[in-house]
Write a protein of this length. Structure first.
Length: 368
């Protein structure tokens, strides 16, 4: 575990707030060299430059006002908000809650030292259906002509897999929009555990990634036996599935970008410059259209005024009677090509909780 000195954090925050070492030193009643040394030590501990230096100014690596908006939208709840430019890879927002005030002598909130955006892994719930959907598009040839019947639940090897509603007869596109567990249980059983796992690995969910030199948390996928309820639930995003929010940001960025992700970067003046192909252009475009349909046909465009949004919700049951709320996707907007992931722990429904946070942050991003 990283050991972060609070004095170093205090110097970093002051440097950001006062736009330079000299003003920060004056505000903290320290010498400029001491403040600079504190920030350098913090950068060495984290293993990544936090500030871009020149002879006159210090530039932020993130949009500080957008991070504040995201943190305030979490409203004291545990969670994570990530926003990036999927054309350039630039990370615009990284907010993790709860956080700490380095100048305060009060108690540190539980989990405050964990950056949930990159150092946490969580049950994904139905956002995992974006992975299962990609596998279905490429492996079930008649998936677009199939119809799936949902009566509110389905029996899988003697175990009842419940759905969120009774959806009747539906297409594959509607099954994703409805986030139908019955349909995706059937799809998962047909694909098999090996195929679903291979796609999760191919898309980077099962391995640690590198964000400007910072290693991220790896996810996990446990293969259920063929024909079992565990296999059905794993393709739905439950069972023992775990993902890191950052990995989902890479994936939806690739979908938005025609199949390839411009590797994200925290450094304003030194982008990664590398591109990784995750899925075919045809599959990416199909998923893009389905995610856009999710919003127009099911979530409601009125929830996201002025935003041409492609998205997927997730309500992940975590075993204690509560659910993590997820909302992930991207904007179809040449002027604002933003991908995003929002997680709010133990909040309930993904659309009403994480979706509301996403709308607040995206509105702030496009109206800057």
């Amino acid at each position: 575990m990283l050991e972060i000195n609070l004095k170093q954090l205090e110097s970093f925050v002051a440097t950001v707030e006062h736009s330079g070492f000299t003003a920060a030193a004056a505000a903290l009643y320290l010498t400029q060299s001491t403040v600079s040394a504190h920030v350098s030590a913090l950068e060495q501990t984290l293993g990544v430059p936090l500030l871009v230096r020149d002879r006159h100014t210090v530039a932020l690596t993130l949009d500080s006002s957008l991070c504040v908006t995201a943190y305030e939208a979490l409203a004291g709840r545990k969670g994570a908000v990530l926003v990036s430019n999927y054309k350039t890879g630039e990370i615009l927002c990284m907010a993790s809650g709860p956080s700490i005030d380095p100048s305060s002598d009060g108690d540190v909130p539980d989990g405050a030292y964990i950056n949930r955006c990159i150092n946490g892994s969580f049950t994904p719930g139905s956002i995992f259906k974006l992975i299962t959907s990609a596998a279905a598009i490429e492996n079930i040839k008649d998936i677009d002509s199939r119809r799936f019947t949902c009566a509110g639940s389905v029996d899988v090897a003697g175990v009842t897999v419940k759905c969120t509603g009774v959806h009747g007869s539906q297409t594959f596109e509607d099954a994703l929009a409805n986030s139908c567990n019955c349909a995706f249980a059937q799809i998962s059983l047909e694909l098999g555990a090996d195929t679903i796992e291979s796609y999760a690995k191919k898309f980077g969910f099962l391995d640690s990634q590198s964000l400007s030199g910072i290693p991220t948390m790896a996810g996990s996928f446990t293969k259920g036996a063929s024909g079992s309820a565990n296999l059905a639930w794993s393709g739905i995003g439950q069972y023992e599935d775990l993902i890191c929010p950052y990995s989902m940001l890479r994936y939806v960025s690739a979908i938005a970008n025609g199949g390839s992700v411009v590797e994200p970067s925290l450094l304003l003046d030194t982008p990664s410059g590398s591109t990784t192909s995750l899925l075919s252009t045809a599959t990416a475009n199909k998923l893009r259209d389905m995610m856009n349909y999710n919003v127009s046909a099911h979530y409601g465009t009125n929830r996201f005024p002025g935003l041409n949004l492609c998205a997927k919700t997730g309500t992940a049951e975590v075993g204690d009677g509560t659910s993590h709320a997820w909302f992930t996707g991207f904007l179809l907007d040449d002027a604002h090509p933003y991908a995003f992931v929002v997680l709010v722990e133990n909040a309930g429904g993904g659309l009403t909780n994480a979706g509301a946070v996403a709308n607040t942050v995206l509105q702030a991003a496009v109206n800057k």
